[in-house]
Design a binder for this molecule. Structure first.
Ligand SMILES: *[C@@H]1O[C@H](CO)[C@@H](O)[C@H](O)[C@H]1NC(C)=O
Ligand SMILES: *[C@@H]1O[C@H](CO)[C@@H](O)[C@H](O)[C@H]1NC(C)=O
Ligand SMILES: *[C@@H]1O[C@H](CO)[C@@H](O)[C@H](O)[C@H]1NC(C)=O
Length: 599
């Protein structure tokens, strides 16, 4: 009975939380319908594939966001039944989805051994806001070519994997670590912390190049995380630092962002010593913007970029300092980050200008930080965790400043801006109710990033007949270059091309001829054509006379379809029976009823 009730609850929840928008969904579906009809996470299903994809609502849209990049995200969250790494095109149409066992984070395009690769993290993120798992590296056929964890068998944390031009990896790690710290607790001199490390190592040989441990360089009292009784025992380590990004610069030094100290720390790449700290309790910088350049909280993805990244926005500074980052003993460059903020302060994307003396130059001149631009979501939402800021170069921005793209992490939305702060686009995969402060985390994506990506999968496209066998549905999960589909029919033992259709979404329906007679049309196949008509791949032969299931959808059948309403009816009946059962029992026992109500 208990497992039966649990199962029913599960089914109920599964049906209530997420909803299929159907096959005819279009991203510009009217907002009221999108917001109210499909649950907190509207998603799409397909006939020819069992993957699902978020149904994107474009609350603000502009042709200036439709560039030669694709969009890379990893939808997960309380209302996402099946986490996946996902690539969308600019229209929000699915290009690739890969459901994972566990949680998915941090989908990026990087370069490894001279080729463009996809990298993403999969693992267990239930260990307290960080993760234990692996980074996967896939080539442009979607074959796994590497699986990355740390040197000394450390399991990779989810926050950072950067592959450097030298073929090394920068990865973050979390480790339970005892610190000798008398005076913190009365009964013991030891405090157990979640210590944070990063390593740089050669991916192929696993040779360690550099390792840095936060507790050797930062003090526990720099943390803003409440300690309570955390740290007293091994089972409840104190999560004091929470490293979340690492970048290596051209001098071989490292830039590290940490959540719970709200600091961005610049680290000597030979000694590990701290060169300076931006933000937090140990800030080294004078703030030229009334505190707005050093007050980041819980920030993510800190990256140095040169002034020349924004030739127009930074024109005066470039004229003044020149095109090089270091001049006359001083470094001047930009730092970009996603500042999560703490409500009521909304999340912001920040571009800061930093000026500081070069290493080894002795001077009394202050280190200075200046706010260049802050970018907010049009709803001024906060984001308790995760998030990304990316500078987007595309074919639309070549002769002007690049765009700025924010992914709101905990909140399933991303926004794109002109460098001057003008909002261009606001795309959402969660309803507005879920975004209101404090954000609900219904649909999250660690980051939302844009890259050019060209891929042809190692597996073939898939075609399945419609249930009445008057058409076939075809898709090719991950293929970026399909322009059109060509249906061919086997007639008199000859393959005869029949109908061509342009690919306009992840899945395309091709109608079968009506004039040939059903007896003749038994075997069909579909070829994928590129823009020049070249065949990129073809499906297996589909036997239209075959019996059995025609749909590959094995999960989350759309509500409102025959199956959905049938399940719905069963669930409703079962729930009525369940409640009746409880009510009858509760009449017998008042306590049981109280319990049910409290639940
Ligand atoms: C989808 O189908 C593939 C192969 O057809 C299978 O390996 C995978 O487990 C299925 N996934 C789900 C979520 O049903
Ligand atoms: C940029 O690329 C996109 C996608 O390939 C294309 O639709 C658009 O026309 C291009 N724009 C320019 C200005 O070349
Ligand atoms: C943290 O403790 C150290 C001594 O261990 C002290 O020097 C420092 O001022 C303290 N910092 C803060 C922010 O309290």
């Amino acid at each position: 009975m208990i497992s039966g009730s649990l199962f029913l609850c599960f089914l109920l929840v599964a049906l209530a939380v997420a909803n299929d928008v159907g096959l005819n969904y279009f991203p510009h579906v009217d907002a009221a319908t999108w917001e109210s009809k499909y649950g907190p996470y509207p998603f799409k299903t397909y006939r020819s594939s069992n993957v699902t994809s978020p149904a994107v609502r474009k609350a603000v849209d502009s042709p200036q966001c439709y560039d030669d990049n694709h969009i890379f995200l990893s939808p997960r969250g309380f209302r996402v039944p099946n986490p996946a790494v996902t690539i969308l095109d600019n229209h929000g149409h699915l290009i690739w989805s890969h459901h994972v066992k566990g949680q998915a984070y941090n989908l990026k395009v990087q370069e490894y051994k001279g080729e463009k690769v996809l990298t993403y993290w999969v693992g267990d993120d239930a260990v307290g806001g960080h993760g234990e798992g692996y980074f996967y590296v896939l080539n442009s056929k979607y074959q796994e070519i590497a699986r990355i964890r740390g040197v000394n068998n450390l399991r990779a944390d989810l926050h950072e994997l950067t592959i450097t031009p030298d073929g090394t990896a920068l990865v973050t790690f979390y480790q339970i670590y005892p610190l000798h710290h008398p005076g913190l607790f009365r009964i013991t001199d030891t405090v157990y912390i979640w210590d944070c490390l990063f390593q740089e190592f050669d991916i192929a040989s696993q040779k360690l190049i550099f390792e840095w441990r936060a507790s050797e360089h930062h003090e526990l009292n720099e943390s803003y995380a409440l300690m309570g009784t955390d740290g007293l025992s091994l089972d409840h380590p104190y999560d004091w630092y929470h490293i979340n990004s690492v970048q290596k610069d051209d001098l071989g030094n490292y830039l590290v962002s940490a959540r719970f100290t709200s600091t961005i720390t610049y680290i000597d790449g030979r000694t590990g010593d701290i060169i300076w700290v931006l933000g937090g309790k140990r800030n080294s910088f004078s703030d030229l913007s009334n505190g707005q350049a050093t007050n980041m909280q819980y920030q993510h993805l800190a990256r140095f970029v040169p002034l020349t990244t924004f030739p127009s926005l930074m024109a005066n500074e470039i004229a003044d300092h020149g095109k090089h980052t270091r001049k006359d003993g001083f470094t001047k460059q930009l730092l970009t980050l996603f500042d999560n903020g703490i409500p009521p302060r909304p999340a912001r994307g920040l571009v800061l200008e930093l000026t500081y003396p070069n290493q080894g130059v002795s001077t009394n001149a202050p280190l200075t930080a200046k706010l260049v631009k802050a970018y907010e979501h049009p709803l001024h939402i906060d984001s308790v965790s995760q998030g990304s800021l990316q500078i987007v170069h595309s074919n639309l921005t070549q002769h002007s400043d690049p765009h700025v793209l924010l992914g709101f992490g905990w909140q399933g939305t991303w926004t794109e801006y002109l460098a001057d702060g003008t909002l261009l686009c606001d795309s959402r995969i969660v309803v507005e109710k879920g975004l209101q402060s404090p954000g609900k985390g219904y649909v999250q994506s660690y980051s939302v990033l844009k890259y050019p990506w060209k891929a042809t999968p190692y597996y073939p496209p898939v075609a399945v007949p419609s249930s009445d066998k008057t058409s076939v549905f075809v898709s090719w999960n991950g293929a970026t270059d399909v322009f059109a589909w060509q249906l061919s029919i086997l007639i008199n033992e000859q393959w005869q091309p029949h109908r061509k259709a342009l690919k306009d979404d992840f899945e395309t329906e091709l109608y079968l001829p009506t004039d040939l007679g059903r007896d003749l049309v038994r075997y069909v196949l579909v070829e994928a054509l590129d823009e020049n008509g070249k065949v990129l791949g073809k499906t297996e032969v589909v036997d239209l006379w075959a019996r059995g299931l025609v749909s590959r959808i094995t999960q989350m059948a759309p509500l409102g379809s025959g199956f959905g309403s049938w399940v719905g009816l069963v669930v409703v009946l079962a729930v009525v029976a369940f409640i009746a059962d409880r009510v009858i029992k509760s009449r017998r026992s008042g306590r049981a009823y109280q319990k049910l109500r409290r639940h």
